[in-house]
Design a protein around this ligand. Structure first.
Ligand SMILES: [Fe+2]
Length: 303
């Protein structure tokens, strides 16, 4: 058992207790006091037992921490007092997309909203034609794979898996892409996102330089993606060539830049660099931060 791991667990306990303290009043109005007290005792006991490291294995520590964390999350999630737990479970389930039933999300603004940086016609084609074809392709691939499972005929599975990766990555990345841009975008990130950027890249300028250089040098077609890696608990900048290749499946895209020609060619011709430089004027940092906030809720065993 590494000492570092124990120390990080202790720090985590302290952070959880702090966030509990900050919202104690609010929680006391919503959650029964015995329940809160027993949770707090469990956490303190867990923290104290971390000193006695011989009696724990890493997996057990992680599982206890995770269950304490999930319980706290439950306390915070009970926003709507009228909605009982069964209702919220049913609600969660109804939010999932049935197999082969993905739909094209609407653009969160008008086609011309990002002008002069990205022209109306690009947005219209990019969203209505290109993104739509990813949605259709993904639905087709999912249904074909479902059919393969039913008939037990997997002779074409390699093809449909590729189609699912290509169209699925296209659908999910474009869905993020529309939302991480905004007519009110640009400027600099703030808050926790800026903190994490400074922590990893030294400064926002360093990060922007690295991200732009990575985008300008993506070979042929693809994306540049800022990710939060739950495993290393750090940000990273990645290139995704042809978007179904070189994916790190264990990460969550936060900020994505489409550098396929269809994203800029009508307006910028072969000057991808100019498009990349101008694109920063429409980045919706609030959305990126909110994605980071949600991604950070994940608690995986660090290695
Ligand atoms: Fe695209």
């Amino acid at each position: 058992m590494s000492e570092e791991y124990i120390l990080s667990m202790k720090k985590w306990c302290e952070e959880i207790l702090e966030s509990y303290d900050a919202s104690a009043e609010k929680l006391e109005r919503r959650v029964a006091s015995e329940e809160l007290e027993s949770w707090q005792n469990d956490l303190i006991q867990f923290k104290d037992q971390l000193l006695d490291t011989i009696s724990f294995d890493k997996k057990e520590l992680y599982e206890r921490a995770n269950s304490l964390y999930l319980q706290l999350e439950d306390f915070f999630n009970e926003e709507d007092e009228t909605e009982d737990l069964e209702m919220s479970r049913v609600h969660q389930q109804s939010l999932s997309v049935p197999i082969g039933a993905h739909t094209l999300p609407p653009l969160p603004y008008n086609y011309n909203a990002l002008e002069p940086y990205i022209e109306r016609e690009i947005m219209r084609l990019h969203h209505d034609k290109h993104h739509k074809s990813y949605v259709d392709g993904l639905n087709k691939a999912e249904k074909e794979m479902q059919k393969a499972r039913k008939t037990n005929d997997f002779s074409l599975i390699k093809h449909w898996e590729r189609e699912a990766a290509f169209n699925g990555a296209g659908h999910y990345l474009h869905t993020i892409f529309w939302n991480i841009m905004s007519p009110k975008g640009g400027g600099k990130p703030t808050g926790m996102l800026l903190q994490e950027i400074n922590q990893t890249f030294g400064s926002f300028e360093n990060f922007k330089k690295h991200f732009s250089e990575a985008a300008k040098s993506v070979e042929a077609v693809g994306w540049t993606i800022l990710v939060w890696a739950p495993r290393s608990r750090r940000l990273e900048i990645l290139q995704a060539e042809k978007h179904q290749n070189l994916s790190q499946w264990d990460v969550i895209p936060l900020l994505v830049l489409d550098v396929w020609e269809h994203a800029y060619y009508l307006q910028y011709k072969n000057e991808r660099g100019k498009y990349v430089d101008n694109w920063w004027n429409v980045v919706n940092w609030k959305e990126v931060e909110s994605r980071l906030q949600q991604a950070k809720q994940l608690l995986w065993e660090p290695f």
